[in-house]
Design a protein around this ligand. Structure first.
Ligand SMILES: NC(=O)c1ccc[n+]([C@@H]2O[C@H](COP(=O)([O-])OP(=O)(O)OC[C@H]3O[C@@H](n4cnc5c(N)ncnc54)[C@H](OP(=O)(O)O)[C@@H]3O)[C@@H](O)[C@H]2O)c1
Length: 282
């Protein structure tokens, strides 16, 4: 039995892919009435209700589990609850979704990921880290603005990002969870096939949508305020704007072959991603 903690973007797709292979899957969710858990239940996944801040609910979900796919917000207390539960249950492997974690990053989220990675290492549970570049799905947060104004802004300047599609992150997570021993102790750096700037994003969307989409370079403060106005909580808007400022300086300009090496097929391009979500930008 493989436990996937939460049915967010990566978790839901990982569980779906494992069910496609007929692997027994359990998914821990807070709200089983949401669309993703309902769809996964139809595919034969076991849905258990729990909360990552409640250790007893994680222990219930951990019974009989051989591997865990840990993919949830980078909140150390919550993800370390999962790690501790996995250690108590002598789980054989944890696949952990993470980012460019570092204990001295200026971005709190990256320091938190680093704390979780350190706790996982200290737990002694064999594990694999999926250190992803920015998700292509982040661009969907701009879709309402693009649909309404045919423009979008960011503090990323002209910086390039080796963006990865969450469906590729999920495909890698499913592959590793299903053949965990071969991947113990490894860190994979997951990216798309190329590093692109927001000018490239605008060009791809313009071609796809048949109208000109304009990219505007924003200051960090302008970018943070725009995200807050769009409904992003202030702390997250702050971390996102900081990350975009680093992107402007080349921080996200990295591309690897890890996705194609593990999956035996090319990583999905931004063109493919955009085409699959055209309706959201229209
Ligand atoms: N975005 C990026 O560019 C990027 C890049 C690299 C790495 N990452 C990492 O990827 C991970 C996030 O993956 P994702 O984008 O697939 O996640 P996501 O779509 O944001 O989904 C998060 C899920 O966690 C659930 N959740 C939140 N708090 C919970 C709690 N206390 N108990 C149970 N469930 C809870 C949410 O459930 P509800 O539906 O109930 O809210 C939601 O289903 C993070 O570790 C992040 O740092 C992200």
């Amino acid at each position: 039995m493989i436990l996937v903690t939460t049915a967010g973007k990566v978790g839901a797709e990982t569980a779906r892919l494992l069910r496609q292979r007929d692997v027994p899957v359990r998914v821990l969710v807070r709200d089983p009435a949401k669309a993703a858990p309902q769809e996964l239940a139809r595919l034969g996944a076991e849905i258990v209700v729990g909360d990552l801040s409640v250790p007893a609910s994680i222990d219930d979900a951990m019974r009989g589990v051989s591997a865990v796919v840990l993919v949830s917000p980078a909140v150390p207390a919550q993800e370390l609850n999962v790690v501790a539960s996995a250690a108590r249950a002598s789980v054989a492997h944890v696949v952990k979704a993470t980012s460019k974690a570092s204990p001295d990053s200026p971005i709190a989220r990256r320091r938190w990921q680093s704390e979780i990675e350190a706790g996982l290492a200290a737990s002694g549970v064999p594990h694999t880290l999926l250190r992803s570049n920015a998700y292509m799905q982040n661009v969907l947060a701009l879709a309402p603005a693009i649909a309404a104004t045919s423009s979008f802004g960011s503090a990323a300047g002209q910086g390039r990002t080796g963006m990865v599609d969450t469906s590729d992150v999920a495909a890698v997570a499913a592959q590793i969870a299903a053949s965990a021993a071969a991947h113990a102790g490894k860190t994979y750096r997951l990216t798309g096939p190329e590093a692109i700037s927001n000018y490239d994003v605008a060009a791809v969307l313009s071609k796809l949508l048949g109208r000109t989409i304009t990219y505007r370079e924003l200051t960090v403060e302008e970018n943070k305020d725009a995200m807050i106005r769009a409904g992003v909580p202030e702390q997250i808007a702050e971390m996102n704007a900081q990350a975009f400022a680093l992107t402007a300086d080349g921080d996200a300009e990295w591309v690897t072959d890890d996705v194609p090496s593990i999956l035996g097929r090319p990583a999905r391009s931004f063109e493919q991603f955009a085409a699959g979500h055209a309706a959201a930008f229209s």
